[in-house]
Write a protein that binds this ligand. Sequence first.
Ligand code: SF4
Length: 279
Amino acid sequence: MREIDVKLVTERVRDLCMEANVTLGEDVLQAFDRAIEKEESPLGVDILKELKENARIAREERVAICQDTGFAVVFVELGQDVHLVGGDLREAIYEGVRQGYRDGYLRKSICHPFTRANTGDNTPAVVHTEIVSGDTLKLTVAPKGGGSENMSRVVMLTPSDGIEGIKTYVVQRVKESGSNPCPPTIVGVGIGGTMEQAALLAKKSLLRPLGSKNSDPELDRLESEILTEINKLGIGPQGLGGRTTSLAVHILMMPCHIASLPLAVNIQCHVQRHKEVTI
Ligand code: SF4
């Protein structure tokens, strides 16, 4: 059994919150480059170049990529041979978020649903914990912006809706979202499981590097087909027209009940930020 002090978790979460909010991944920057090559709209090309420039300034000047620094979504993969000491894991994560948003001068965006009173420190975080084999602890911080999260949906399709029903729903969701999720977007899709599991699959699918292939050839094909249809919609970068409405569609799937076909669409804006560390 390996001991890990949760103080280390606080430190790492603090750093990840700040890093994720100022540094876009190389995979995202490369996806911008590919989009610039393909985009037919001159305005769309200009906007994509501005997004790259914005990312450069954020990285070099250590300022947030976007004013919406998001809900801190934290994925924890806890090895079953780890013994956490020194306190409560969830509280350690919250403290890391508190410190990261304070020290990184990141906007605090979390409030009471009714009164809208701000909690003041960007907590609570949304924490998804999974027990895995091994003696390491993996932390992934994925700050999620409100504009794109608002455009996300879960729907319980019927089994007879099938693949065509899934394609139609996802494309329609992107169409109805228009410019609201700050395109170009990444469309996370969760298929199967139960209602809440589909939503989690959709969210997790966004952690896959942009430009990578789905390990399931059938889903890889489906991702390409849906992306092609989405990019015919003409919404374009920032909704001002063009071919680059989405940079990618990512799908995760698991078996479902014989009576249902759960489908979740989690839309991610172009600020596709997440950082991870393994302790
Ligand atoms: S949806 Fe994304 S780009 Fe738009 S305001 Fe929110 S975080 Fe920023």
